[in-house]
Design a protein around this ligand. Structure first.
Ligand code: ZN
Length: 445
């Protein structure tokens, strides 16, 4: 993703501490005296993927909202189930989500969810770079499916307090591996007062906000009826949008909303896998025509940047009626350097070049589905799979080798999650999810 060295055959990367000191053609034997050397034989080396909008622990909803109900399942299943997932369960889910992300080649996440402290600990354990926010709102999410927007100010204040404490305790920790954001959840789930307070706290703490904007029809309708404008226009008007804001989605944004995002210099996380699943897609040509910065993200349940690249390319090419809508190189850029830009980290991560943080991955290219490997952008963007990522180095540390995440025991993490399955299956069934009624007690069918 650098201007000068697009693709190099027989290249070499040298790392000192947490930074890349050299990335270029192989240097003569003896140039370096490494304490550790990773062979690149049969492997492609890439900058790690930057996931600018994620919910690591949300995998509990896998397959429960994907068919039939589409976007409505967010309100009818997920929002009604979240309150019944215990803190311990969110922790177990976060650990597994972190493993899944590292194994997919993701080296940085920007996450907003429950139990963010547990996620921060899991990220430290795995060595995953993360910006983390606590999910702040003052409605009862479980009541939204019937349009009940009753506000609970005390509840909102408590959440804001915990979100602020998270930033105070974690921002800049582990040499900057973990940073914080303030996370007013969405334009409709925070009252105007709470949203303004959250933004003021973010500015006081000198961190950005992370918010879902124009994500659903329900949100857009609510903001229109309350304020007579679009959700991003509303945020700009209350002073809640700026260059440090990450706005996820913009799926139902109007042209006026996009003007507001552009005027504020806010940045957009584009979650290409979830939109087609719901039968909708954001207006990328209008986002691009305003020069709004956007990067690829996985959102919830799916932690696969390869799938995100392919879905973005296929959806945009189909919608715009041209294969030129998003090239393989552009897709890779959106998943790495551009996504780093969304997080304000583009001087540190997202590129394989001297001076950048040593966040890089190796892909095993010696495989049937990648052969013959022509070593071009499409080889990776259209043919490689998350399961091809064999090595991950983050902040100069090897965090995965031979597909084994070194800091966390994957078998144990799977077992922890499996023991909760019967309870979750019953919960999902009650709410109209699609879990199989015949799950046995051990969690396997
Ligand atoms: Zn989301």
């Amino acid at each position: 993703m650098t201007e000068e060295n697009g693709i190099l055959l027989d290249g070499e990367v040298a790392v000192r501490g947490d930074r890349i000191v050299y990335a270029g053609p192989s240097r003569p034997e003896g140039t370096w005296s490494p304490t550790k050397k990773l062979s690149g034989n049969g492997k492609a080396v890439l900058s790690g993927f930057v996931n600018c909008h994620s919910h690591a622990a949300s995998l509990v909803f896998r397959s429960q909202s994907d068919d039939g109900a589409g976007g409505a399942a967010l309100y009818t299943v997920a929002f009604r189930a979240e309150k019944d997932i215990t803190p311990d369960q969110w922790r177990d889910l976060a650990v597994l989500g972190v493993i899944d992300m590292v194994k997919a080649g993701i080296t940085t996440i920007n996450d907003i969810w429950y139990e963010p402290e547990a996620l921060a600990e899991a990220c430290v354990q795995a060595g995953l770079r993360a910006q983390i926010a606590y999910k702040i709102f003052d409605v009862r999410l479980e009541e939204l499916y019937r349009q009940d927007y009753t506000r609970y100010p005390k509840y909102g204040e408590e959440r804001l307090k915990r979100g602020v404490a998270l930033v105070e305790n974690w921002h800049g920790q582990k040499g900057g591996l973990i940073s914080g954001r303030i996370g007013p959840h969405a334009t409709d789930t925070c009252s105007m007062g709470l949203h303004k307070e959250a933004v003021a706290e973010a500015r006081r703490l000198k961190v950005g906000c992370h918010t879902h904007v124009a994500q659903s029809k329900g949100e857009v309708d609510y903001i229109a009826s309350e304020h007579g404008k679009g959700p991003a226009e509303y945020l700009l008007d209350i002073g809640a949008l700026d260059r440090n804001s990450v706005v996820a989605h913009l799926t139902f944004a109007t042209q006026g909303d996009l003007d507001a995002v552009s005027r504020a210099g806010a940045r957009n996380a584009h979650c290409a896998t979830i939109y087609p699943r719901r039968g909708v897609y954001p207006d990328i040509p209008s986002i691009d025509s305003r020069g709004i910065s956007w990067g690829l993200a996985t959102d919830w349940m799916m932690n696969d940047p390869f799938e995100a690249m392919r879905n973005a390319m296929n959806a945009l090419r189909l919608r715009q009626g041209t294969f030129e809508a998003l090239s393989s190189k552009q897709a890779l850029d959106r998943a790495t350097a551009a996504s780093a830009g969304v997080l304000g980290l583009d001087r540190d991560i997202g590129r394989l070049a001297a001076g950048y943080k040593a966040d890089l991955i190796q892909i095993d290219i010696d495989q049937a589905h990648l052969a013959p490997f022509y070593a071009d952008y499409a080889s990776i963007a259209y043919y490689a799979r998350a399961s091809d990522v064999v090595t991950s180095v983050i902040d100069g540390k090897v965090v995965m080798e031979d597909r084994r995440v070194l800091g966390i025991d994957e078998a144990d993490a799977l077992a922890q999650v499996r023991r909760h399955l019967p309870g979750w299956a019953a919960l999902m069934q009650k709410l109209g999810g699609t879990s199989h009624p015949g799950l046995c007690a051990c969690g396997h069918q």
